[in-house]
Design a protein around this ligand. Sequence first.
Ligand SMILES: [Zn+2]
Length: 450
Amino acid sequence: MSEIIFDFTGNPFVDAGIWSISAWTKKNLNELNKKDLKGIIDDIVKLYLTKKWSKNIYSIFPNNPITNPSVKNKDERYLGILNELIDGIVPLGKSGDCISCGRRDIAQRSGKDKIPLTGSGKLINYFSYGVDGADYCPACAFAVQFSPLIMYACGKLLLIHSNSEKVMKIWSRKAIKNIDKQLSTGEFTGCFNEKYTNPKNALFHIIQDIVLEYDVRWIKEAPSINCYHFTNYNQGPDLDIYHVPTPIFKFLAYVPQHEKFEDWLRIVRRGYRFVDWEKVKEENEYKNNPNTVYENLLIGKSIIRFFIDRKNKEAIGGWDLLSHYLEEVRNMDEKRIDAIKKVGDELADYIKAADDIKTLKKLETANNYRNYRNLLRIIIKKRIEKGTENPLFSFDDYVNNLFPEGNLTWRETQDLILFRIYEVLHDWIIQQGISEELMVEEEEAEAENV
Ligand SMILES: [Zn+2]
């Protein structure tokens, strides 16, 4: 019979604990045995008793012996609980009533002193059916005790959970490395802390670190990430959940390899709100400001406008990076992307050849679908008058690719065409000089695009 104790459960607290133990012991999940578990508890209880860690633990397991002021022999009491859990552990079976692994039975229901965000006593938090605590088997309850080791301090605490073993492995190794540093320097700073207080920005920072530092073929791995920003603090338990779907992760993993990676960083910077860039000296001054690029990615809204610098007539990142975003994240059809690019090229050719920079201004400022269509009609006429042979676009392109949902998507098409014109004509426009007439109020343009 299998002697395996731990396997992925899908429960974020339990999985975090299992990965913590695996990273701490430097053993694979399925190699862990009871002796390994007995071997780590002394060190970890010692760590939890340091000042900063015990403060974190207070927000995770209120009323456990570490944080309960009325408990005198804290280490002894907590070690007693942990030893009892280890003694109750049996290998994974085929079924059981544990709500986490489902492959073992519970010995005793756990309250919020052992399992965050469950109920106990009069404080029944998030647990359904209103029962006191939750049904976790000893192995899962034990694992949860180690989940703080890979939590991230961010105002409240961030718990990262992914379907990808690679992500979990990388993240847990990284967090434990931070603890190793705390141990070797004797400076105990609590849960991994890089001075983030904005959980969304922290999440993207963590993902960027993971994809920058580790050479993994993420295309094959297809990870998604859930992030739980929570506190189990007695007076006000709270939870926010953020989800990074696979296409966004894959896009973020792809960008650092792109030749325009620096431009992507610029696009992200353009997303920060309330920053006086003239005065900024270092990242810490703005890294916790709200960022619309990150926020839009998390709620499935477009970030196209951040690729377009209307003021300086610049296409940031170039067509290749933008089209990658459109395909991967916006799920845009390749044919539509190519058709828009082609029209952008034709329009750029026309504007330059006819020396007609006023048309550019009109393309920038058209503010409804009807005006925009009329404008294209006028350009088509002018092109024919000038003897251009190939049409600006075919009827099929018009219906299927340029304005497939008419009023709903015309603005997106307008932005993409503009992006392409800026890309092709940037130097020429600058040579013409951006006259007052051509100045687009950035704020006005942004408001329109919301
Ligand atoms: Zn279990």
